[in-house]
Ligand binder design. Structure first.
Ligand code: HH2
Length: 302
């Protein structure tokens, strides 16, 4: 099903900013971890991390999502102090970016410090299951929140990936997470949902979720999606993490047609270009040229 951009929620409201949802927003991934599955250790140095964030902004990122704890399947949590010590020197540099940054954490102590340091939103991959106090911490800062669906913890999530009806179960669980956030005082327009591609799902389950994302979008909240370089693409294409760009793009384009708004990816330029092209095609022929002035210039030259 092709979902148009006429859903009930037209902005994702994060602190004093409204992120428009009528154009796809790309969130550039900044992992300041030694052990992330595709870029572990590459941006552990704060200077390199900040340079990479700037590069992703130049490439078209509307947001930077920074994380200091890997949540790859089988990983163990890191203590809050260690997580914060990785984030602290980087967040100071991200404050000066022209786009907001979000912090990927499941711990309320880390979330609180990150919001004090200027984070626009908290991205909680546990959907408030790990530390429910995150809801109140986000509400107190009037910040944004992403509640993602995960079954169990990163350590255990791949042990059972069977669902009787995956899209229905994920939507139901996200609705429960969202209600928890609202009960903690978060504003409805500040809470985004994410189906958690790769978090306790089989290859087929991930593909089905992308195909049935309209059922998640029907919740009426902004929809994040994160298929970037993930192992379902590796299984499908028999490809290592750095050979999954084409699969990532295909997954993002499918997700966009099915109602996703924010695309959490490593390869910002390639995914932004693909989403812009899809949009120009999907806009009524003729109006696409008018709507995309920059595309017109590129098209004339090319
Ligand atoms: N995926 C990862 C981490 N955080 N947050 C949201 N909202 N959605 C996702 O799909 C998502 C996420 C895992 O990817 P990555 O950060 O690249 O790897 P790692 O967890 O190994 O750092």
């Amino acid at each position: 099903m092709h979902v148009t951009s006429s859903g009930p929620s037209r902005v994702w409201s994060v602190r004093d900013r409204d992120i428009p949802l009528d154009v796809p927003a790309v969130a550039g991934i900044l992992n300041v971890t030694p052990d992330s599955f595709s870029d572990g250790g590459v941006f552990a140095d704060p200077g390199r991390a900040i340079d990479h964030a700037l590069e992703m902004v130049d490439d078209g990122a509307a947001l930077i999502d920074v994380g200091a704890e890997s949540t790859r399947p089988g990983s163990d949590p890191v203590p809050a102090d260690l997580e914060w010590s990785r984030l602290d020197p980087v967040l100071a540099g991200l404050r000066d970016l022209p786009v907001p940054f979000t912090v990927d954490t499941t711990k309320s102590e880390v979330a609180e410090r990150a919001l004090d340091a200027g984070a626009a939103a908290i991205n909680d991959v546990s959907g408030l299951a790990s530390d429910p106090r995150i809801g109140a911490v986000v509400a107190a800062a009037d910040a944004g929140l992403v509640v993602m669906h995960m079954r169990g913890t990163p350590k255990t999530m791949q042990t059972d990936t069977r669902y009787d009806d995956i899209a229905h179960r994920v939507a139901e669980s996200l609705d429960a997470s969202r209600r928890k956030a609202l009960a903690a005082g978060c504003r409805p327009e500040a809470v985004a949902v994410d189906p958690g591609i790769g978090f306790g799902k089989s290859v087929e389950g991930n593909l089905e979720l992308l195909a049935r994302l309209d059922e998640i979008a029907a919740l009426g909240s902004p929809v994040w999606v994160g298929p970037s370089r993930k192992s379902f693409l590796g299984h499908l294409l028999d490809a290592g993490p750095d050979e999954r760009l084409a699969g990532t793009i295909a997954a993002c384009l499918a997700a966009a047609r099915n109602g996703a708004h924010v695309f959490r990816v490593h390869d910002v330029r390639a995914v932004s270009d693909a989403l812009r092209t899809q949009r120009a095609i999907d806009d009524e022929p003729g109006t696409g040229w008018r709507a995309g002035e920059t595309l017109t210039a590129a098209g004339v030259e090319g």
